[in-house]
Design a protein around this ligand. Structure first.
Ligand code: ZN
Length: 266
């Protein structure tokens, strides 16, 4: 059970109330987001598809650069097809500012509630990346197998939705209360597994969030393979901390490669 923790939301009754639907219209924001940030978010959507982290489902968000109480997220669509025109602005209740008839993701509350509870988080990836799923439903902890996934040294807790939604949910984070319960489980972990569903990855930038999401999937695949071979030697805490510090300065290197693959076709 090393690195595996189960969480019980302390406000379960309140968590079941969908509080976002009746929210008052949000005031105008401090202005449009930096086009370079929007461009990074578009690239992030496409990279996550190209790298096998998302398919037709999953999403990535970034906190607004001029208003910390807003975030940017695509309209409801396949991430691999996102363009700048599809990027929408939301308040922290996950209410769209200017929907103009565009559909929104059912699970947008993942993003709003994590941004609300964790001011240092600037980007959130939610995916159902396949190699990660077994670690959310078994007793085997997801741990850093190599230096590229050193951020897993902090452990990856498992969010148990039954603790917040009871035994008959459709597994989705479909209201603010469930988003709050998930945000509580995230704590200060870069990666949180969602039992029978997927995972969330958080980071201080959208590029780091993509980096972590890609290497989380790769680590999960390799860990499953290594466990079939026998006993596995993982990074220890000191190695994980040192490798994570090194990797922070290297994030742009794979980003430029990944970006060139997906943005050349625009
Ligand atoms: Zn989902």
């Amino acid at each position: 059970m090393i690195g595996r923790r189960m969480f019980v939301c302390g406000c379960a009754a309140a968590c079941l109330r969908p509080t976002g639907a009746g929210a008052q219209p949000a005031p105008a924001s401090a202005g449009p987001a930096d086009p370079a940030l929007v461009d990074d978010l578009v690239a992030a959507n496409r990279i996550l598809f190209d790298q096998g982290v998302v398919d037709g489902f999953g999403h990535v968000s970034v906190r607004h650069d001029k208003d910390p109480n807003r975030f940017l997220l695509s309209r409801s669509m396949a991430p691999g097809l996102v363009t700048p025109a599809d990027i929408m602005e939301f308040d922290l209740d996950s209410t769209p500012i200017d929907p103009r008839g565009r559909g929104v993701y059912l699970e947008r509350f993942i993003h709003g509630e994590i941004f609300r509870r964790h001011p240092g988080v600037m980007s959130v990836v939610h995916s159902h990346s396949p190699a990660v799923i077994p670690f959310g439903v078994s007793q085997v902890a997801l741990r850093p197998l190599y230096h590229m996934s050193a951020f897993l040294g902090a452990g990856a807790p498992v969010f148990e939705i039954r603790d917040a939604a009871g035994p008959a949910s459709d597994m989705l984070i479909r209201d603010r209360g469930l988003g709050q319960a998930l945000a509580e489980a995230v704590g200060d972990h870069p990666v949180t597994l969602m039992r029978g569903h997927g995972s969330v990855v958080v980071a201080p930038s959208v590029r780091q969030a993509v980096f972590r999401a890609v290497y989380t999937e790769q680590n999960a695949r390799m860990e499953s393979e290594a466990l079939r071979l026998g006993n596995v030697m993982f990074l220890n805490d000191q190695e994980a901390a040192a490798a994570m510090a090194t990797n922070v300065s290297q994030v742009d290197r794979p980003w430029e490669l990944w970006r060139s693959r997906v943005m050349a076709t625009r």
